[in-house]
Design a protein around this ligand. Sequence first.
Ligand code: UD1
Length: 419
Amino acid sequence: MQKLIINGGKKLNGEIRIQGAKNAALPIMAASVLCGENIILRNCPKISDVYSAMRILTYLGCKAGFEEGSGVVSLNAESISCSEISDELMREMRSSIFFLGAVLGRTGRCRITLPGGCDLGPRPIDMHLAALRKMGVSIHEEYGALDCVAENGLHGAKISLSFPSVGTTENIMLAAVLAEGTTIIHNAAREPEIADLAEFLNRCGAKISGAGGGKITVSGVKKLHGCEYDIMPDRIACATYLACAASAGGELVITGCRPSDEENILPVFEQMGCIVHTVDDKIFFSAKRPLKAVAPIRTMVYPGFPTDAQAFVMAALCKAKGTSVFVENIFENRYKHVGGLTRMGADILVEGKVAVIEGVNRLYGVKTEAPDLRGGAGLVTAALAAEGTSEISNVHYIDRGYEDIEKVLSSAGADIKRI
Ligand code: UD1
C-alpha cells in the first residue's frame, strides 16, 4: 500500500502548473462514444479516474490511450461493440454514470450497475434516470443491474431539474446530442466543466447552447465527427495548491489556470490575509502569517463556494487565528477528514452539516489515512503545516484526482515523498 510521507514546516515557493480538469475530462471521454471518428484530447490529467474511463472505453470496444510521455489522449469509438459495462468497472468511480447517457445516445441501449466513487453519503442517480425516461428510455432493474433501452430511439424533452445536479445535467446533454428533436434543461447546473463539455461536443458538430447558464438547449443532430480539444484547467486542483501554500506559508505562482473560475474561492484566501493577484492565466499568491479566520463558508452549487474545496480550505484554517464555520450543503457525509485533522491537533466540532474550527497554534505530524479524494488533499494540506512527520495512507483516493501530487508539491519546496 502506498503512503505519502510529509515532513511539515517547509514553506512553498516557486511555480506550479495546473493539470487539466478531472471533472471536464471524464464526461468528455464518455462523450467520445458518441463520435465515430478520431478524437484528440490535450491537457488530459494522468489520474486514476482517467485510466478508469479508458478501461470502460476499451471494454466497450473503443480505442483509448495516452500518447507516450504526454498529456494527450487519443480516442476512437468507431468500432464500439458492446453496450454493457461490467459491475467491476462501474464501481471504480462515480463518473462511470456518464457512459449511460453516451452509450444510450450511440446505441439506443445500455446495461449498467450502480456507480461507485467516494463515499460522501447517499449519491443516488434518480434524477439521471427520471430524465432519461422522459427522453424515451425504459429502464428495468434486475439483479442489481439497470437495463436501459430506447426502443424507438431517444427523443428530445423539456426537463426541469429539482436540483441543479452536475452529473445529471451532463448525462442529459450526452443523451440529447444525437436524439431526435430538441431537449431543454431547466435549472441546469452551471459549473464551468459543463460549458467545457458543451464546447467539446459543439466542436464535434453538436448543437448546444446556453451551457454554463441555467437553461441549456440541445438540438439533436444526426452524427458527430472527430476533433482536437484542450481540456480546461482544473479549478479544484488550483484551489488545492493555493490552500497548501496558505497552510505551509510561502509564495506561489500558479500557471495555466483560469483565475475567473476561482472567483468563488480567492476571496476566502484574501480573508485569511493572503495576497492574491491574477494576470491572464496566472495567480500570484503570497501567504502571510498568521492566517486569519474567515466569515462562515456555505458550500453551494456554482457559482457558490464548491463542496470540493471544503476539506482543504478547512485544513488551511486549522492554524488560523479565530473561529471559522463551514456549512456543508451538497453532500451528507463530507467531513470524514475531520478525524485526521483533529488527530493532528486541530480543534474542530462537527454537528450535522456544520463544522466549527477554532484555530490552534500548532499541528503535529501523525499517521492517518485519506478518507476520500478531497479529504485526502485536506490531510496533505494540514500535514504541510504540521510539526514533524505525517504518514498518509490510502493514497489511491488522492490519485483519483491529482496528477503526481507529491512531485508537484516537492517541486515547490515541500518535503513530501511517496513510499
Ligand atoms: C459532481 C462532481 C463532484 C462535485 C459535485 C458537486 C464530477 C465528475 N463530479 O458530482 O466533484 O463534488 O458535482 O459539485 O463532475 N443527487 C441526487 N440524485 C441524482 C443526482 C444527484 O439526489 O440523481 C444529489 C447528490 O446526492 C448530491 C447532490 O445531488 O447530494 C449534488 O450531486 P451532483 O451535482 O449530481 O454531483 P455529481 O455529479 O455526483
